[in-house]
Design a binder for this molecule. Sequence first.
Ligand SMILES: Nc1ncnc2c1ncn2[C@@H]1O[C@H](COP(=O)(O)OP(=O)(O)O)[C@@H](O)[C@H]1O
Ligand SMILES: CC(=O)N[C@@H](CCC(=O)OP(=O)(O)O)C(=O)O
Length: 299
Amino acid sequence: MQTPTRDEWLAKARTLSEALPYMRRYAGSTFVIKYGGHAMGDASLAELFARDIVLLKQVGINPVVVHGGGPQIGQMLERLKIKSSFIDGLRVTDKETVEVVEMVLAGSINKQIVAAINGAGGRAVGLSGKDSNLITARRLERVQRDPDSNIERVLDLGFVGEPYKVNPQILHALAQSDIIPVIAPVGFDVNGDTYNINADTAAGAVAAAVKAARFFLLTDVAGVLDKDKKLIEKMSLEDAHKAIADGTASGGMIPKIETCIGAVEQGVDAAVILDGRVPHALLLEIFTEGGAGTLIGKA
Ligand SMILES: Nc1ncnc2c1ncn2[C@@H]1O[C@H](COP(=O)(O)OP(=O)(O)O)[C@@H](O)[C@H]1O
Ligand SMILES: CC(=O)N[C@@H](CCC(=O)OP(=O)(O)O)C(=O)O
């Protein structure tokens, strides 16, 4: 490695020094971080993400990671020759599929993230919504209106769930320790059925239940972009509703923004959509003045 120049040293020192007020402000707070399947694709980025999470815990913040794994579920289903389809961005999930979903999310992916955090010097523990009754789910009802006849019909997505009750007791207990929870978005109901929950939705429900100071959604774009593809740095709840209504946000960004709105309405201080492909995106957002993604908050 080349010896840094004096200016480079000073720039590093300035960045560290700039972080101090943020460290003080957030010490003791809980941050919920949704780590998406696309964002975890690259091994070196996954390592940096794990280091960032360990750093947060080290400076007194309580990170709670909720992960996805859509692309990885897709690959496993393909290997097993099980066909899969989506309605409104949600995977239609029959009995056979939900078994694979649980295996991939609560099994391999969850343990990969736990191992990466532990490898970076942290102490992570993997949970699914089933552990400690964390996420009770119910079957998600999706209603679609036929534009021609205007008739509504209920779509059957199978074992796709929506969080019905989140019991944050285990998260509060872990916040008092040096352990970092890593949660797979799998829920259960009183009949013992297992549900596949969209990871953004699960993370939003967890963020609301713990009244997180910040809720981060790591995705594969810089944040919410305006019609000229420029990053919108800050949005009020009203702006966020407008971005959906006027078509600025489309596709996968709609449920993301809706999740952020819901989380803020339920007591999360602010939600941030940011680019998980940028190394240390989380640290930049949390500890620097400019931030990195789109912040959605009340004001
Ligand atoms: N206004 C917008 N700003 C940014 N991304 C948008 C916007 N409207 C639609 N999108 C799309 O939303 C996608 C993010 O949603 P999604 O693919 O579901 O993310 P993830 O897989 O991380 O959950 C972006 O890659 C982009 O294609
Ligand atoms: C119901 C539903 O669609 N569940 C998702 C759960 C994983 C997920 O949401 O992962 P990402 O965040 O990586 O997209 C799925 O089966 O793909």
